[in-house]
Every structure is written in structure tokens, then in C-alpha cells.
Design a protein around this ligand. Structure first.
Ligand code: GTP
Ligand code: MG
Length: 223
């Protein structure tokens, strides 16, 4: 796990947000997450199993802590998918503008969230990544915008390589979660309430703990 700190407030008074990054293999989920958290671009593809990051930041003058789950795009790593789809508060659905298949998969991810949550009312952002590779573009910005309109969600085209619109993606999602929580009466993330928020929170803790167990195991193996 890693994280940066832009505020000196203790985490107990911070609002906390559970963010899940989804999308096909190789679209740049890890690259976007690492650019956001570490201001760093990895130029090789190391398929993710699942990674977790924490980032403290201030969004619209409110200090907050983002729990970010970077998920696997590869189908063989999907055992935990339903768990994190149940407990995430907001989802970044990512495709590559150079890969038509990944764009088609974005719809599948949206449908899966709706199926698992049994509602379409879940904060989502659609992201078309790799805009620095304009000469290899096969998905137009208009197609991306049109898909986001059907999802009724914000849309960004990004470059993890050049750090274009990376902060916008994460911060807009937090704003979407805040609006959603305000509308559904959850004043603060992570607090228990009658809508089952506390159940989701304890599921998230389990997901998080499992990831760290696995990360520790693979680190031991590497040693
Ligand atoms: N040019 C360019 N390459 C990118 C960008 N984002 C990611 N890449 C490259 O695309 C490849 C895959 O990136 P990852 O971030 O590992 O992709 P991923 O979605 O996490 O893949 P999985 O973990 O397998 O699901 C790597 O070689 C990255 O360097 C980008 O914005 N521009
Ligand atoms: Mg990855």
C-alpha cells in the first residue's frame, strides 16, 4: 500500500471513500492509479491481481482519504470481483482509446455493477485512456461521450503517460459519491446506517485485508 499526505489532520476525522478501478486488461488502470497516487508512470505492462492504495487529499476544501482498489483486467483474476463490486462506493470504468474491445467491455462492467448492486444509482466515471496515442485512436471522443450519456455519468479522456486529467477523474468521482451520499442520507462515508452501509464497510475491510495478505505472500515468495 502506498499513499501521499496533503493534510495534517488525523484519519479518524477524514471522510473516507472506497473507489474501485475497473476495465479490460492493459487499458491503463494501474498507470492511472499510480499517476494519481505517486506521480509516476510505469511504461511496462505487469498484469495486476489486485492492488490497494490510500491517498489523503483535499477536495473542495474537505480533507478526505481515498481507498483505491486497482483491479485485474485479466479474466483469470476475477474471483473477488463480486465482493468489491458490492462494497465499492464509486467506480472508475476505464477503456483505451486504442482498443475497441476494451470500449465494448466498458458496457459489460457497467452492466455488472448494476446487476450486483441491483440499481443503476451508483457513482461511476467513464474514462478513455491513452490519448497521447492519438495516431492509434480507434474509439472517438464522441463515442465515449455517448456511452457516458447512456451511463448518466461524467466522462474524461486521459493520458496516464502525460498525467492528463488524472486528478479530475478521481476528484470528480469523490464529488459524485458525496452527492450520492447526500441524496441517500449518508452524511459520512464509512459510518453505519440503516441502509446497510456498515455491512458494506465491513465487507470492504475483508476485501482490503485479503489483498494485503496476498501482497505479503507474493513479496515473501519474491524474497
Ligand atoms: N502511451 C500510453 N501508454 C499507457 C497509458 N496508460 C497505460 N499505458 C501502458 O499500457 C500498458 C498497460 O498499462 P497498465 O496500467 O498495466 O494496464 P492495466 O489496465 O492495469 O492492466 P491489467 O492490470 O492487466 O488489467 C503499460 O505498458 C502502460 O505503460 C497511457 O496513458 N499512454
Ligand atoms: Mg493493472
Amino acid at each position: 500500500m502506498s499513499g501521499g499526505s496533503n493534510t495534517s489532520q488525523p484519519s479518524s476525522v477524514l471522510s473516507r471513500y472506497r473507489i474501485v478501478v475497473l476495465g479490460d486488461g492493459g487499458v491503463g488502470k494501474s498507470a492511472l492509479t499510480l499517476q494519481y497516487v505517486q506521480h509516476n508512470f510505469i511504461d511496462y505492462h505487469d498484469p495486476t491481481i489486485e492492488d490497494a492504495y490510500q491517498q489523503r487529499t483535499v477536495i473542495d476544501l474537505q480533507p478526505c482519504l481515498l481507498d483505491i482498489l486497482d483491479t485485474a483486467g485479466q479474466v483469470e483474476f476475477t474471483a473477488m470481483r463480486e465482493q468489491y463490486m458490492r462494497c465499492g462506493e464509486g467506480f472508475i470504468i476505464c477503456y483505451s482509446i486504442t482498443d475497441r474491445h476494451s470500449f465494448n467491455e466498458a458496457l459489460e462492467y457497467r452492466n455488472l455493477i448494476t446487476k450486483v448492486r441491483v440499481t443503476e444509482n451508483v457513482p461511476v466515471i467513464l474514462v478513455g485512456n491513452k490519448i497521447d496515442l492519438e495516431s492509434q485512436r480507434v474509439v472517438t471522443a464522441e463515442e465515449g461521450r455517448a456511452l457516458a450519456n447512456t451511463f448518466v455519468c461524467p466522462f474524461f479522456e486521459t493520458s496516464a503517460a502525460q498525467r492528463t486529467h488524472v486528478d479530475d477523474v478521481f476528484h470528480t468521482l469523490v464529488r459524485e459519491i458525496r452527492t450520492h451520499n447526500a441524496e441517500s442520507g449518508n452524511s459520512k462515508s464509512g459510518s453505519g446506517d440503516a441502509s446497510g452501509h456498515s455491512n458494506q464497510s465491513s465487507r470492504w475491510k475483508r476485501v482490503w485485508a485479503n489483498i494485503f495478505k496476498r501482497v505479503k505472500r507474493s513479496t515473501n515468495k519474491a524474497i
